[in-house]
Design a protein around this ligand. Structure first.
Ligand code: ATP
Ligand code: MG
Ligand code: MG
Length: 348
């Protein structure tokens, strides 16, 4: 079969590759780190820096299509892909790499983010706090994930005591939400959009802990408006593949948190819990195949992340036959590191 190129070497790439293999495709991973858990399940691996134009050019020449599992690939290095299409799109990557651009982009489409202001120095921060108020969260514009690169500011003293990291930041007001959820959609090359059920997501310490489907009724009420926004984002980006938007459910309706131009942790439940998984639908979309049904395939599904040491619980997890275990093959179970996940279906 044809070869799909994947930029990024983590577990999302690994799960894309497994889905691609089921459909008869080969995958070729490109990543700067040698210990790639995606490369382990792929036919080929190029380990090279993002800005190695020769390596990226050879990689692209060997692929029918290129996608990414990591949204922080430097956009300038994508020129080396030449004629090989990059899907979803370079514009989607560029937009989602920068929290400030992303918030402005989504707000221009009618989305409602938390109040925000760019911060490049202490004076900006003081101005942002007086305009937006406390509490708030200061976030790096680029490169953050799993709550890294974020500082919660509860009081003026917190702000004064902060050593700013010297990179562009954004301050946002703290949203008082009753729940968090995500909209995950897949858009085909012909513009068809299919939505997965929205999971109720619970985070702990800034990291996704549990995703549950179906979400409670109070949260589900907010899904149609959130889906409309997500569809507008996908259309505006001429998006092909899986796109995720995270939301806070508030008494005033859904507040946009952030987007991920890719498959998402809060969609891992779809591997067993949906007729077609997010990974398979992403592959179908970027390869020009018809999209699969996204409907829930059980009464309920719960996905729990295995973070750090929790991965060592695998013998107990497997002892319950209902649990479906996914381990990503990472050697080092550092605190806060996503090592795997476990999915439970409720069938009756
Ligand atoms: P991800 O791994 O999802 O990309 P991230 O590092 O980009 O994470 P965010 O999604 O910005 O982080 O924030 C992580 C979590 O912190 C959110 O899911 C939410 O629980 C909390 N949080 C972030 N921003 C706010 C906010 N403005 N108000 C309230 N809670 C927030
Ligand atoms: Mg994020
Ligand atoms: Mg997030």
């Amino acid at each position: 079969g044809e070869t799909i190129g994947i930029l990024g070497g983590g577990q999302l790439g690994r799960m894309i590759a497994v889905a691609a293999a089921q459909l008869g495709y080969r995958c070729h991973v490109y990543a700067p780190e040698a210990d790639s858990v995606a490369a382990e399940v792929c036919a080929e691996f190029t380990c090279a820096a993002w800005d190695d134009a020769d390596a990226m050019g050879r990689f692209a020449a060997a692929c029918a299509v290129v996608t990414y599992e990591f949204e922080n690939v430097p956009v300038a290095s994508l020129a080396a892909l030449g004629e090989t299409p990059l899907l979803a799109s370079p514009l989607a990557l560029e937009t989602a790499q920068d929290r400030l651009n992303e918030k402005r982009f989504v707000a221009a489409l009618g989305g409602r983010p938390a109040p925000f202001a760019p911060v490049d120095n202490a004076a900006d921060l003081a101005a942002a706090i007086s305009a937006i108020g406390l509490p708030g969260i200061l976030k790096t514009r680029r490169d953050g994930y799993d709550g890294k690169g974020q500082w919660r500011i509860m009081t003026a003293a917190d702000a004064e005591g902060l050593d700013l990291p010297g990179v562009p930041l954004v301050y946002e007001g703290f949203v008082s939400f009753f729940a968090e959820f995500s909209v995950i959609l897949c858009r085909g090359g012909d513009g068809e959009i299919r939505f997965f059920d929205s999971a109720h997501n619970v985070h702990e310490g800034g990291i996704l802990s549990v995703s549950t489907v179906p979400a409670p009724a109070r949260l589900l009420e907010q899904v149609p408006a959130a889906r409309d926004l997500a569809a507008s984002v996908a259309q505006a980006l001429d998006y092909v593949g899986v796109l995720t938007l995270e939301f806070f459910a508030t008494d005033e309706g859904p507040v946009f948190n952030e987007m991920a131009p890719r498959v998402h942790n809060s969609g891992h439940w779809t591997i067993e819990g949906a007729v077609t998984s997010q990974f398979e639908n992403h592959v179908r979309a970027i390869c020009g195949l018809p999209l699969g049904d996204t409907r829930l395939a059980a009464k309920a599904v719960e996905m729990r992340n295995l973070i750090g040491d929790e991965a060592h619980e695998w013998p107990e997890i497997l002892a319950d036959p209902v649990n479906r275990l996914h381990l990503y093959g990472k050697g080092d179970a550092r605190p806060g590191r996503k090592m795997g996940h476990v999915t439970r279906l409720t069938l009756d």
